[in-house]
Design a protein around this ligand. Sequence first.
Ligand code: ADP
Ligand code: MG
Length: 419
Amino acid sequence: MDLLTVLVLNLIFILITTFAFQFIIVNRHTSMYRKYAKALIIILSAMQILFCMSFTLIGNENFIFDLRLIPVVLGGLYGGPIVSIILFIIVAAARFPLGGNGIWVNFFNMLTITVFISYISIRFREYPLVKKLYTVVGIAISYTILIFLMKTAIFRDPSELKFVIIYGSTLTAGIFLVTYFIEITKQNHFLHNAMINSEKIEVVSHLAASVSHEVRNPLTVTRGFLQMLKDPSIPEEKRLYYLNTAIDELDRAETIIKDYLAFAKPQSEITSSISVNDEIEKALELIIPYANHFSVNIKKDLMSGLHVTGEAPKFHQCILNIIKNGIEAMPEGGDLMISSREKENGFASIVIKDTGCGMSARQLAKLGEPYFSTKAEKGTGLGMMVVYKIIHEMGGTIEVKSKLNDGSQFTITLPLYNP
Ligand code: ADP
Ligand code: MG
């Protein structure tokens, strides 16, 4: 194989595996990625390094030309100093059996690069995009110059200029392309998460009105009882009853406010075992004022002991978004049924069913698209998109059945938690 074929083959492999890594692991299994980022980056980079080293061009003095520098540099920059050192060990170990004089030049170059990369990797992830690109391009060009100078000076084997240009430009363009690609996919992912948060703020502000309405009721009732207590002639028994009712009403108001504030507060992102029922109950507590406001009657039929894996606040929001849509589909009142079951093959299913306005086939097809909403200025059209994204991240699926003027049924299927 000639140099260009080798380099192009290397680059294609690196691009494809990085692509798969970003889409499958970083975007879809974000919580797993966060937990094992270093190990996963090492595995990916090691795979790329070994591939590059199996398709190389062996020149004079056993100098080996391939693009293994790309995984070494990017793995180190994104993974940090420890990853960088481990990758250095892998490259050195894999290079040794091939022998030749090139080995020492390679060892020295890789060591220099590892030290340099370990140092800048501490800051690299905070660099703006352009600075990141400058950095990697700078590294690729310096490396090319370094290796050819050494080859010429030490081994008196002046390389052909054409060779230098092909190698240097493929390496530089390759590292630029891969870095740019990683950054763009990361940015998309970041925007997606930002969207989830803005949708939550939207839900928080929608619920605020019904929460304050719901809190006003107990306050009015309490005020009424206190007013009556002013009358000194009421019997002791009645007085006690008034007092207890007033206290109960105040407690209820307090619970509503507490739940609401707990939801509105930013949440930590910890993946753990989630109790399906607890989260459904929490979502119901929060949404009941809203349901009352629309005269919607919520019924539940929950199976206890179901656990799934994910971030509890996100799952909670998911349930809340679907129930909220159900309620909004029944402005004249109706029934909303929520049930949970264990399915035979290690899955949990949660069904949320309403007797509302339903959706036409065309609307159904658009469900989950960002900004698709039939609620004019009252809707954001982000609720279902968020739901799909969260359930997807948890490894689950959603099935929606809906009939215009008849109602809708959302079935969420999620793998059960297995410790
Ligand atoms: P929003 O609620 O802000 O409009 P969503 O993404 O939550 O945005 O929902 C998108 C659209 O899907 C809604 O505007 C509505 O037309 C439709 N929809 C969602 N859930 C239901 C439901 N349970 N019944 C009828 N239509 C629904
Ligand atoms: Mg909605």
